[in-house]
Design a protein around this ligand. Structure first.
Ligand code: OOG
Ligand code: MG
Length: 259
């Protein structure tokens, strides 16, 4: 089949908007390349922008061994975060979601633009205003939450919603690689992780993102949010579930699942 990226993007965008599952793109287009998948992601973003949504940040995914093992894709990917994905309360409605999962993450908020190649942790610190605890809600549009690298990139790295903590922390508050995180569902511990599970240190996730974006001549803008990727395996959620993430020494962030 001839490959029309615009057409594939339109199809995925529709399923993202309606929260309906679909077949993997690579079933119809086995020769799809990662570069094409990122182009599809960009076209979907343009579609969203034409509906009034806007790009407010980026997420890294598959930055921990736990996550890579879980989905069988062994390299980091990025996705685009839009204003409509940011939750303004800790209640998540199941409406329009397919098979959501939640992940404990950190968010970096930038105070300066950051773009270039060979970006290092110190470049990231110079551009970071604060760090926030975060919970990401991912919801693959693919049946059985099963995909290849190319599929998941085309589906915007499963991006769906995210919740940021109210309290901002100085980047120098903590050795973020030493911080433990525990995710509980309905009072029971599901997984435990530590900052170093994310590429050795979450700051490296931001550096890697900038380096990946630079290949597309893209970069981060002041004010943007960057999610650095799940510390642990993601946790399935359904209506009625109560999620609590404990960030060692910094407090907790919770999310309630409603109808
Ligand atoms: C891909 C998105 C991964 C993370 O934090 O690792 C991700 C997926 O697992 O569906 O958001
Ligand atoms: Mg994530």
């Amino acid at each position: 089949m001839a490959m029309d990226l615009q057409e594939i993007a339109r199809h995925i965008d529709e399923h993202q908007q309606q929260g309906r599952e679909m077949d993997k793109v690579t079933l119809s287009y086995p020769s799809l390349k990662v570069e094409d998948a990122y182009k599809i992601q960009k076209i979907c973003m343009e579609e969203a922008a034409s509906r009034g949504d806007s790009l407010i940040g980026w997420k890294m995914g598959l930055t921990s061994a736990a996550k890579q093992k879980m989905v069988g894709v062994e390299e980091p990917i990025y996705g685009r975060l839009t204003s409509s994905m940011e939750m303004n309360s800790s209640v998540l409605s199941m409406e329009g979601l397919i098979h959501p999962k939640v992940e404990p993450e950190l968010a970096f908020i930038l105070k300066k633009d950051l773009k270039g190649e060979n970006i290092r942790p110190r470049d990231v610190w110079m551009a970071t205003e604060c760090v926030l605890p975060a919970i990401e809600v991912i919801d693959s549009r693919y049946r059985n939450f099963s995909f290849t690298l190319e599929d998941v990139v085309a589906d915007n790295a499963s991006s769906t919603k995210f919740l940021l903590g109210d309290q901002a922390f100085s980047p120098y508050e903590k050795a973020w690689d030493k911080m433990g995180v525990t995710i509980l569902k309905n009072g029971e511990v599901q997984h435990e992780g530590v900052g170093s599970d994310v590429l050795g240190h979450p700051v490296r996730s931001v550096a890697e993102l900038v380096n990946m974006l630079h290949k597309e001549d893209l970069g981060l803008k002041a004010g943007m949010v960057v999610l650095t990727g799940g510390f642990t395996e993601a946790v399935n959620v359904e209506e009625g579930d109560e999620i609590l993430v404990d960030y060692e020494g910094l407090g907790t962030l919770s999310m309630s699942l409603s109808k």
